[in-house]
Design a protein around this ligand. Structure first.
Ligand SMILES: NC(=O)c1ccc[n+]([C@@H]2O[C@H](COP(=O)([O-])OP(=O)(O)OC[C@H]3O[C@@H](n4cnc5c(N)ncnc54)[C@H](OP(=O)(O)O)[C@@H]3O)[C@@H](O)[C@H]2O)c1
Length: 239
């Protein structure tokens, strides 16, 4: 663990799940903005942050461990959390609850998840999306490697909390050069989102930008790539 240094902006940001693909992009965006960054990841994954050696403070440990999170989020103005449904140990719920319980009062809390999470039940899913989610969710649970219900419960707790939360709901993701900040809408099924594809690097940018965007507090934006055909069509119709 490197000592925490002074950042140019004076803002300290914690990335929970920093070693994953989305997490590493978020670390990069946060560092580019001059934020002081603290990253939390499983002990065995710390090597995935080697590129950032000396640039961020790494707190190794399970992200669902309240003691690990309490230490990591101390003094942080914002916490960016990757919520994943992996495993059968309530990892997502434990992670979300630890962040909700231990983040500084008033800190911006930004969480990632997928379109399958609904806040108000007004999302409209295509038949193929529902079929995929149902079949994948059931098979994965049977195989005991993914528990979608755990991510659903994690988000239910976030939505019910009085913290300054935002839950960013990602579309399908792809790698590639940035296309700029994704566009968002309140409900899956809104035409602007129809292309269902976002570059992962841009998803990470949206998460980091959300820190300073007060309009996103207590919102669960569903995002899509800025250059996705549905986003371009929407921009033409609503110049
Ligand atoms: N993939 C998609 O197409 C997609 C679509 C929509 C939304 N999203 C959302 O985007 C976010 C990032 O997803 P991603 O697919 O791009 O993955 P990712 O960024 O690579 O992140 C995966 C994370 O899961 C952790 N992880 C892996 N196996 C685990 C296990 N058995 N127990 C606990 N943690 C484990 C990884 O930690 P280690 O580094 O320690 O392995 C890493 O932090 C998630 O919130 C996801 O819901 C993804």
């Amino acid at each position: 663990m490197e000592p925490i240094g002074k950042s140019g902006t004076g803002k300290r940001v914690c990335v929970v799940g920093a070693s994953g693909k989305l997490g590493r992009y978020m670390v990069r965006h946060a560092l580019d903005r001059g934020y002081e960054v603290v990253g939390v990841c499983r002990e065995k994954s710390t090597g995935k942050l080697a590129d950032f050696a000396g640039l961020l403070t790494v707190i190794p440990g399970p992200t669902s461990d309240p003691a690990v999170i309490a230490r990591a989020v101390r003094g942080c103005d914002a916490v960016l959390t990757v919520l994943v449904p992996w495993g059968m140990n309530h990892y997502a719920t434990g992670t979300a609850q630890a962040v909700l319980d231990h983040a500084e009062p008033g800190a911006r809390l930004v969480f990632s998840c997928g379109w399958h999470i609904t806040r108000d039940g007004l999302d409209v899913y295509t038949r193929s999306f529902r079929l995929y989610a149902a079949v994948f969710g059931r098979l994965a649970k049977l195989a005991r490697f993914v528990d979608i219900d755990d991510q659903v419960e994690a988000c239910r707790r976030i939505f019910a909390s009085s913290t300054q939360w935002t839950v960013v709901r990602g579309s399908d993701l792809e790698e590639g050069e940035s296309q700029g900040l994704p566009v968002w809408s309140r409900h899956v099924g809104d035409p602007v989102l129809a292309s269902n594809l976002t570059r992962r690097v841009d998803y990470a940018q949206f998460m980091v930008e959300a820190i300073g965007d007060r309009a996103l507090i207590h919102e669960a934006p569903a995002i899509v790539g800025r250059l996705a055909p549905s986003a371009i069509a929407h921009a033409r119709q609503h110049p």
